[in-house]
Design a protein around this ligand. Structure first.
Ligand code: HEC
Ligand code: HEC
Ligand code: HEC
Ligand code: HEC
Ligand code: HEC
Length: 194
């Protein structure tokens, strides 16, 4: 009888314990721990980010955001050519001969950059936006008409992205036509397709 009573109160204690745990669980869900500041994000934590993973964890939020490096410093031909241009390894090294990174995991990314530069190997960046070959997009025409800060209209707020991802589906003709219609720009098939 005694044993049974003990067993009884024991399971009651377990039950109360479980209820307390369950309560703590819901409270934890109600007030999640504050996310760490974005620049503290380590390359090791990048698996949850949207967009393709790049060979070097290059951070637009750190370069264009925190350090305010202008888009056209790196995408140098965006106002003159269809292709915006991507910085060469040498252009990166203009700063990273000196700047080594803030912590060990970031230093490891800069080491990859320095090795690529020493071996004169370009970094094989993974394209985020790519149109089919039958469609043509001239960046310079858009930058001249919409201004140098128009990037955001199509690409979203890249300066706050730790890894670039697609905000607009550019592979959908409707995306182009909607704006061309609003701004009374040509919808002649042959300007975009050839
Ligand atoms: C320090 C150099 C640098 C600066 C400054 C910079 N970028 Fe980039 N950008 C890169 C590199 C390198 C890549 C390729 C790797 C990647 O996608 O992260 C890239 C990729 C991109 C892409 C994705 C290209 C694709 O494949 O579709 C977009 C869009 C972009 N940048 C927009 C911007 C905008 C907008 C700004 C300014 C707010 C900016 N970049 C500032 C270096 C830079
Ligand atoms: C105009 C100068 C400049 C250029 C050009 C530049 N960076 Fe940086 N980069 C910085 C600064 C500033 C930081 C912040 C780290 C610091 O302050 O120690 C940084 C940080 C980084 C980091 C580590 C992040 C961190 O917080 O430690 C990586 C990786 C990196 N850059 C890669 C690149 C690559 C790849 C390119 C070329 C596509 C490039 N950078 C071009 C200035 C530059
Ligand atoms: C009107 C829409 C629009 C605007 C504005 C725009 N882009 Fe783009 N961007 C695109 C499209 C569409 C592509 C894909 C082009 C292709 O595949 O030929 C692209 C591709 C890119 C790429 C990848 C090119 C490559 O060779 O890897 C970069 C980098 C880029 N844009 C940067 C910028 C920057 C920087 C700005 C602002 C100065 C900007 N874009 C403004 C629509 C836009
Ligand atoms: C946010 C508005 C906007 C979006 C989105 C946009 N465009 Fe445009 N586009 C313009 C404007 C404005 C012009 C006119 C530039 C000028 O007058 O030179 C233009 C001009 C053009 C031209 C040159 C037309 C000519 O007369 O030769 C082409 C080609 C073009 N766009 C293709 C595209 C494609 C392809 C897309 C989608 C991937 C696209 N545009 C998305 C605003 C836009
Ligand atoms: C402002 C630029 C623009 C104009 C004008 C335009 N298109 Fe497109 N079109 C595009 C883009 C961008 C795509 C998507 C390409 C991709 O898949 O990356 C597309 C896709 C298509 C597709 C689908 C092809 C596929 O891969 O499934 C067809 C068909 C097409 N266009 C026909 C036309 C015809 C016909 C006209 C004239 C009435 C026209 N387009 C005018 C930009 C344009």
């Amino acid at each position: 009888m005694r044993k049974l009573a003990l067993f009884g109160s024991g399971s009651l204690a377990l039950l109360v314990g479980a209820m307390a745990l369950a309560q703590r669980d819901t409270r934890a869900q109600q007030a999640p721990a504050p996310a760490p500041p974005v620049w503290m994000l380590s390359p090791r934590d990048s698996s949850g980010l949207r967009g393709p993973r790049q060979p070097v964890f290059f951070r637009h939020d750190i370069h264009a955001g925190l350090n305010k490096i202008p888009c056209q410093y790196c995408h140098y031909s965006v106002a003159e050519s269809s292709e915006p241009g991507l910085p060469t390894t040498q252009a990166c090294m203009g700063c990273h001969l000196v700047i080594g990174g803030t912590d060990s995991s970031h230093k490891a990314e800069i080491k990859k950059l320095r090795e690529a530069s020493a071996q004169k190997q370009p970094i094989q960046w993974v394209r985020v936006h790519t149109l089919a070959r039958h469609a043509h997009f001239p960046h310079m025409r858009h930058i001249k008409a919409l201004g140098p800060n128009a990037c955001q209209t199509c690409h979203g707020d890249v300066a706050r992205m730790a890894q670039v991802f697609k905000v607009n589906n550019v592979n959908n003709m409707g995306f182009c036509i909607t704006c061309h219609l609003q701004r009374k720009v040509t919808r002649d098939c042959s300007v975009c397709h050839y």
